[in-house]
Design a protein around this ligand. Structure first.
Ligand code: SF4
Ligand code: SF4
Length: 705
């Protein structure tokens, strides 16, 4: 007769085969581990507390911050971006690890709290069976996930995982997780085998399977029972060591990256941290004490996944810039300085600094690195601080110096006279309204390149024709327009930036209008995201700045700021502009970084291209994954050593990697800087006969003419 098993008998023995002394040693080691862990975390937190002030409020809306961060973390959504398999293995590891952690905590609560208090255990019966099944299933995901990560690192040896800072620690981290995962199952298998295969233990299906394998291989109950304590101690000691290691090495990224995602700034990059009154004293990066706590957290959160470097156009072009390396160079130097190491200039010319000037000069401020980073590291806040430092030290590229001079003397980056700014309008057979003289709905900020550069003047003229065709109420500032300052700000020239912004806003304030519309995404970015952030009252007494603006401009967002593609798309949607779909060109469209990645505008330009009737073929790197033309972050003004120009690589992609291939006739751009870079790349790359670079405004003007 088979006796029914009591619910209370459906459980597993805890500390099976472990003596009372062994248990005491275990608890002692557990307490020591927790102590080492807590001390390590406390040291990290104290270091963050000693950091310089963070210029941007990070956790103003606590519930929103936590909810948003938690969603990113639990879905692992950023890990799927650009690499589905990396997302998948990470989801397995993340949820497997979390489940094992929760399961261990539940068991500890039962053993150390519930049992002593009640004399009973809840780790029995149906609860135990469900628990065992879930833990086995999720543990399996964990092991499969870690094994996949190991395979990607050692098997297919993904290049991006082997950056200059990748090494033994990363390998040790992965293998420790793997051995912990497999070790747990090994223990379970030995116990099931040693206990003679209790029927209900089939729910622990992985351990049961291993027990069967063991039995099949000739391991007896006695051998399994004898081996169990040895494996148990090995497993426990490895787990203790791993937990103690967390705050001191690679595993800390698990905590730092979670905190970093929570503290991330949705506007990072497109809106640089507050304009400092004194760049050197406030936000330039002179020494490690100038890092804010968020910058320290950024450095600690880096998982060394190499995604940022793999998408960096500067890196791909052979420029001396690897964004992962920069973040980790800064981290390493900070740790060395904290340990009493020698002080070095953080950034300078001449090879004696932590980061070389050329490295920062190579950055196109395209934000691809930030977009690709799964843990929301804000590279551009580090880079801007270093650029501010370069500006403060006077270590500025000669061409950029000239641009600064031009802006200071003429109010534009070309150095042409301010009076000649509106000359391009003279070629039109209609007169563009003067927004200084009459009230308009749209104040058109034309920008430097469309005003002064011959090729881009065609872009400006065609946009004027489109506005005329739509009978839009619009006007320009004529001679009173000045450079908007977006790119010199990214190069670290803050005070000149404020000067330009104040002059432009002062000109705006002389006019009656409802919206600003920009030709250039760079202008659009800074006017929409940064101008309203500047407190001009702070600069009222600065002898270097005229600051005719009082306080903040457009702080309530009453004035809408738009890129022209958004305005024209609205005109088409509302029926105010009729675009006959009469064109039959085969085209591709390049997303400008400052419109797409910076400001999430991907569809308006595409809708307009389609409205013209053109056959639009996407390049593989489109929308957020677009590849920079090379002109951002001052790249347009610098002569840099490159293996191949980013613009040439992009044109190659247009002709070789779209569905239409070499049939692509026109490469459509919506940014004047892109126009300049691609016209250049077309010549230097030998693509002059292969395709034409056209502004979207030109395509629209052709369609509506
Ligand atoms: S902003 Fe662009 S160019 Fe600069 S480091 Fe990042 S990816 Fe590279
Ligand atoms: S900065 Fe971000 S993307 Fe780059 S290696 Fe570190 S974690 Fe990966």
């Amino acid at each position: 007769m088979v006796l029914p098993i009591l619910q209370t008998e459906v459980t597993r023995p805890t500390y099976w085969q472990i003596s009372t002394t062994g248990k005491a040693v275990f608890y002692f080691l557990a307490a020591l581990t927790v102590l080492v862990f807590v001390v390590g975390v406390a040291q990290r937190i104290r270091r963050y507390q000693r950091a310089s002030e963070e210029p941007i409020p990070r956790i103003g809306d606590l519930p929103g911050t936590v909810t948003g961060g938690a969603v990113t973390l639990v879905t692992n959504v950023k890990l799927f971006d650009r690499d589905f398999y990396a997302g998948l293995w990470h989801v397995f590891v993340f949820w497997g690890f979390l489940t094992l952690l929760i399961a261990t905590t539940i068991l500890a609560i039962d053993i150390d709290i519930y049992r002593p208090l009640t004399g009973d255990s809840f780790f029995v019966g149906d609860f135990y069976l469900s628990y065992s099944f879930v833990v086995d299933a999720m543990g399996l995901l964990f092991v499969v996930g870690v094994a996949t990560a190991i395979y990607r690192r050692h098997g297919i040896s993904l290049d991006r995982l082997w950056g200059p800072y990748s090494g033994r620690e990363d390998v040790l981290f992965l293998w420790t997780l793997f051995v912990l995962g497999v070790g747990g199952y090994l223990l379970e298998g030995l116990r099931i085998l040693g206990q003679g295969f209790p029927d209900f233990e089939t729910v622990s299906f992985v351990g049961y399977f291993l027990a069967m394998l063991g039995a099949g291989a000739g391991i007896s109950e006695g051998t399994a029972t004898a081996a169990y304590p040895l494996v148990w101690w090995s497993h426990a000691l490895l787990a203790f060591w791993f937990v103690a290691w967390i705050p001191y090495g690679k595993p800390f990224h698990m905590l730092a990256s979670a905190a970093n995602v929570m503290a991330s700034d949705d506007d990072a990059g497109r809106r640089l941290p507050g304009v400092p009154l004194d760049p050197a004293a406030d936000t330039a990066l002179e020494d490690v004490d100038d890092f804010s706590w968020k910058q320290l957290l950024d450095q600690d959160a880096c998982t060394k996944c190499g995604r940022c470097s793999s998408v960096c156009p500067a890196n791909a072009s052979g420029r001396p810039l690897d964004p992962q390396e920069v973040i980790l160079d800064l981290k390493t130097y900070r740790e060395e300085r904290d340990a009493g190491g020698e002080e070095l200039p953080i950034i300078a010319d001449g090879g004696t600094s932590v980061i070389a000037s050329e490295t920062m000069e190579s950055c196109m401020a395209c934000m691809a690195c930030m977009d690709a980073c799964p843990v929301d590291i804000e590279h551009l806040t580090h880079f801007t601080d270093m650029n501010r430092q370069l500006t403060e030290q006077g270590d500025v590229d000669g061409n950029v110096q000239d641009v600064y001079q031009n802006v200071m003397q003429q109010g534009n980056t070309f150095g042409d006279s301010a009076r000649s700014r509106p000359d391009w309008t003279g070629d039109l057979d209609f007169e563009i309204p003067d927004a200084r003289e009459e009230e308009v709905e749209f104040l058109w900020y034309v920008g430097d390149y469309p005003s002064y550069d011959g090729r881009n003047q065609e872009v400006a003229k065609s946009l004027a024709r489109v506005f005329e065709a739509a009978d839009v109420s619009y006007g320009i500032l004529y001679e009173d327009e000045v450079y908007d300052g977006n790119d010199i700000r990214r190069l670290g020239e803050e005070l000149l930036y404020v000067e330009q912004a104040s002059q432009l806003i002062a000109a705006f304030e002389e006019c009656e209008f409802e919206h600003v519309v920009c030709t250039d995404p760079h202008s659009y970015n800074t006017i929409t995201n940064e101008y309203s952030d500047i407190d001009f009252a702070e600069f009222a007494d600065d002898p270097m700045l005229e600051a005719p603006v009082e306080g903040y401009w457009n702080a309530d967002g009453e004035i809408g700021v738009h890129h022209y593609t958004q305005v024209v798309e609205d005109l088409v949607q509302s029926g105010q502009l009729s675009v006959p779909g009469s064109l039959d060109h085969t085209v591709t469209y390049h997303d400008p970084c400052h419109l797409g990645r910076y400001n999430d505008e991907y569809e308006a330009p595409r809708e307009l291209v389609r409205a013209t009737g053109c056959d639009l073929h996407e390049m593989p790197r489109n929308r957020a994954e677009s590849f920079c033309c090379g002109g951002g972050g001052g790249g347009l003004w610098m002569d840099l050593e490159e293996e191949s120009k980013p613009s040439e690589e992009r044109l190659r992609e247009a002709l070789e990697d779209t569905d239409a291939g070499a049939a692509v006739e026109k490469f459509v751009v919506a940014c004047p800087m892109c126009m300049t870079m691609y016209e250049d790349g077309r010549k230097t790359g030998g693509y002059e006969d292969a395709l034409e670079i056209v502004g979207l405004t030109e395509l629209l003007a052709e369609a509506v003419s």
